[in-house]
Design a protein around this ligand. Structure first.
Ligand SMILES: C[S@@+](CC[C@H](N)C(=O)[O-])C[C@H]1O[C@@H](n2cnc3c(N)ncnc32)[C@H](O)[C@@H]1O
Ligand code: SF4
Ligand code: SF4
Length: 514
């Protein structure tokens, strides 16, 4: 094939996103992320600079052999191709569509429980809310005209609000597609449950432990466990769609799996159980409540939600994009966990003016392109971004999530893996073995690895591929060093260090087990 004036391009459904060190392809068909190694990152970056293949060889100071290998790497790659034009899908800053979507309506701060972690600082002895039933009705109407399609009635404990049913009816009348009542399920009358069942309203409830002492310790009310369990059974008998939130605190940190199983035994579907860690908001601002590990496990993103809308690639944006919460005093905030980010008040202004205000738009429009560190990361269009969490900890709207353990400047996940070993700990008699999910292709003597689980591609240099070939569980580290010592002109100490470093990298990339 003639390569004169040819460029490297990517499949039409992929976009190429560069970070400080590494790059990835986002495939908008299967919504998977394909990691690129440094070599492919480099050649695609050069291609993006309108360089032809010939320019790239010249730039890489390659010889003819390298040129042929490069062509083969491109042709063999599932999402790369040779083309007449330079990279067609150069990624600009991707933006979300910001339009009204979800409304939390907090009906009261009063509550029949006094949970230790409550962000709303709810309790029995709280002053009644300022908004009247008519105010709430006006807000429900206005929000529906503005395009909000989903509404959640919450609190405090919304079931203590005398006109709850009237407001639920109002939401029905104004055509909300999804209506949910978030309740602790301690007091649910027959008439309320029947109304909810007949009107296709959803329920969300909180549950803390399969052990009643622990649940009641968190809600600070004896007997709450039994009442909530009884009501969960009633909800399920009436076939009302139910979601359950388990909040992880120090007191129930070891109960999560068993609590999930307990709920599933009651008939709750596993998919409708959501686990969250206590947030530093309201009474949740208390280090004593934090689980010992404090952090939620941050998973490496393998999927993304970038969509092509016929014109542009769009991203969902931050979690609070399209959302508002209205507190019982009429304050409008972008999220129930960001209580001091007040963008307006529905008693003082119309909801329309608040929704169209620059203050709210600025919050909805935030993306990881604005966030410290994330802006230099290739995963910035894939990571779920809850802005309220870093904001409530740092008071900086653009701080990175405290749970992220990726360093885009080194391309390394700083996960403390108990199985990881340092170079000093690699023993001579270890027999490294390749992971089963790695498929190996050899093209012109160059080894290309594809991780079928993570979709990562790795091109090995000559020394690394010699080491890789010997990771068969039969060769010890010492055997590998010996055979390379016979092949390459270097001191044995140098070879030993290189072999161990390479094995560590293989292990870090999930290619082998040591
Ligand atoms: C504020 S409550 C209102 C609804 C109802 N009273 C209930 O407790 O189910 C809504 C949800 O927020 C959770 N929540 C309250 N404070 C929290 C915090 N600091 N961090 C995380 N979740 C919290 C509760 O556990 C509950 O699942
Ligand atoms: S979390 Fe819910 S049930 Fe608990 S005190 Fe707050 S509002 Fe009441
Ligand atoms: S949260 Fe971490 S992995 Fe995600 S974009 Fe930010 S730095 Fe990258």
């Amino acid at each position: 094939m003639t390569t004169k004036d040819k460029y490297i391009d990517i499949s039409a459904n992929c976009i190429f996103v560069k970070g400080a060190k590494r790059a990835v392809l986002y495939n908008t068909k299967d919504h998977k992320i394909y990691r690129l190694n440094e070599y492919l990152t480099k050649i695609l970056s050069l291609s993006q600079k309108q360089m032809t293949l010939d320019d790239i060889y010249y730039h890489l100071k390659g010889n003819k052999g390298i040129k042929e290998k490069l062509i083969r790497v491109v042709l063999e790659h599932p999402f790369l191709k040779l083309s007449q034009d330079p990279l067609s899908l150069e990624v600009k800053r991707l933006k979300p569509i910001c339009k009204p979507d979800f409304l939390w309506l907090e009906l009261t701060r009063r509550c029949n429980l006094r949970c230790v972690h409550c962000y709303a600082e709810a309790g029995a002895d709280i002053e009644e809310s300022c908004l009247s039933t008519n105010d709430y009705k006006r807000v429900i109407e206005e929000a529906s005209y503005l395009g909000f399609k989903n509404i959640q009635f919450t609190g405090g404990e919304a079931t203590l609000y005398p006109d709850l049913v009237e407001l639920l009816k109002h939401a029905k009348r104004f055509g909300y597609e999804f209506i949910e009542l978030y309740t602790n399920a301690v007091n649910l009358s027959h008439s309320l449950l029947n109304f909810i069942a007949q009107n296709k309203i959803n329920i969300a409830t909180s549950f803390y432990s399969y052990k009643k002492e622990t649940h009641d310790r968190i809600t600070q009310r004896k007997g709450s466990f039994e009442r909530t369990v009884e009501n969960i059974k009633k909800i399920l008998r009436l076939k009302i769609p139910l979601r359950v939130g388990i909040i992880r605190l120090k007191y129930n940190q070891d109960h999560i799996q068993k609590t999930k199983e307990f709920l599933v035994d009651l008939g709750v579907t596993a998919e409708s159980i959501r686990i969250d860690t206590v947030r530093p908001s309201g009474r949740g601002c208390n280090l004593e409540l934090m689980p010992d590990d404090k952090k939620d496990f941050f998973q490496k993103p393998e999927h993304h939600y970038v969509k092509y809308n016929g014109n542009d690639f769009v991203i969902p944006g931050t979690c609070w994009n399209g959302k508002i919460a209205i507190t019982p005093s009429g304050d409008v905030i972008p999220c129930v966990f960001a209580r001091d980010l007040v963008v307006g008040n529905v008693i003082k202004s119309s909801l329309k003016d608040i929704i169209n205000s620059r203050k709210l738009k600025d919050l909805w429009e935030i993306t990881l392109d604005d966030v410290e560190v994330c802006k230099d990361c290739e995963y910035r269009y894939a990571c779920f971004d809850c802005r309220a969490l870093p904001y409530s900890i740092t008071k900086n709207l653009f701080a990175r999530s405290p749970n992220c353990n990726y360093d885009p400047y080194t391309g390394q996940w700083n996960v403390s893996n108990p199985e990881e070993v340092s170079i000093m700990q690699i023993k001579e008699d270890y027999r490294p073995v390749r992971n089963k999910e790695i498929s190996t292709k050899v093209i012109d003597g160059e080894t290309i690895l594809f991780n079928t689980q993570t979709n990562a591609l790795h091109v090995l240099n000559m020394v690394a591929s010699e080491i890789w070939n010997r990771c068969d569980g039969k060769h010890s580290v010492e055997d590998i060093v010996d055979s390379l010592f016979d092949q390459f002109e270097a001191s044995r100490d140098q070879i030993e260090e290189d072999v161990k470093k390479t094995l560590l990298q293989f292990q870090e990339l999930g290619l082998i087990k040591l």
